[in-house]
Design a protein around this ligand. Sequence first.
Ligand SMILES: [Zn+2]
Length: 364
Amino acid sequence: MLETKIPRFQLGMTQAARDDTSGTPDDTKQRYGLVFPQYKARENQPMAKAFASQADLSEKYVTFSRLSEHAYAFTAEGDPNSGVVVGDNAVMVIDAQATPKAAQAVIEKVRSVTDKPIRHLVLSHYHAVRTLGASAYAADNVICSEATREMIVERGAHDYKSEVQRFPRLFQAADAIPGLTMPTVTFGERMTIWLGKLQVDIIQPGRGHTKGDTIVWLPEERTLFSGDLVVSQVAPYAGDAHLKDWPATLQALRDLHSEVLVPGRGEPLVGAEAVEQGIAATQGFVEELFHVVTTSVAAGETLKQAYDKATAALHPRHGKSVLFDHSLPFSVARAYDEAKGLDHPRIWTAERDLEAWAMLEPAA
Ligand SMILES: [Zn+2]
């Protein structure tokens, strides 16, 4: 039921939002130059794959579940998760959501279980879709790793534009974003917050999904919030990854022997067996992706050839995973760079996003 005359990223919006033909508020559009040129070029070619998640407009079903004495997970069918830890005297939220409006949905769920103040917000990594809703919490402490802060400083503004373009549904209220989220507290390898008697460890276990990945660990409850280092029923995103390091970092998570793991996207994994399956599935995808692309690079093949081989290898088992089509072009592009020896991932700008997509997913 796609109405081909309406740009796909507007379907499912309110009538008022549709009447605003820009699809985003003018000031946001101006500030971030959102014109979706690639999409417009394809309006008359309905067979082409819509760019990234521009065709994904159906609202997702939200769940808020208690996983251990102090831990909760806010999930929405593969959209970015938020974690919640309710301590003796205060609340910690892990990952903010994309906009302050989206963050309000998390705050409402927190308020359904406690009236304690939200004092701490932890950013598992720098991606805009998790960080830009931070202002809604008015937390005393916004905490991330030093490496994540470096990424926000270096590429946060580019990532903002790129992710608004990739995920228009998640950024419908982008006009309320006050700007980049900067931390008030940074740490090196680990730090501990005491929520009264409750110990909350904040750990940077190594590089993987990004160079600054951070996990939150409740040792007494064996409950782990992994950020995007682990995803469940969702294709891992490797566009900014360190693919060679990722498996060793996952081993560090495994060594915690958690009983509950809240992944970056997808349903919580409950029980040691489910935790291991989730970690193993993420690791399997990452290793296969990097193996295929490394082999392709060693054979002197082009990025497009590597992409086609990666698609052929991964699609049979993972093609139905959330975000598979969205993320594979970006993930292969990064794997290709890393296989060629580029340690620091290239920045995804809104323009580079579209160029990569046009090269790897040309209109049929
Ligand atoms: Zn991410």
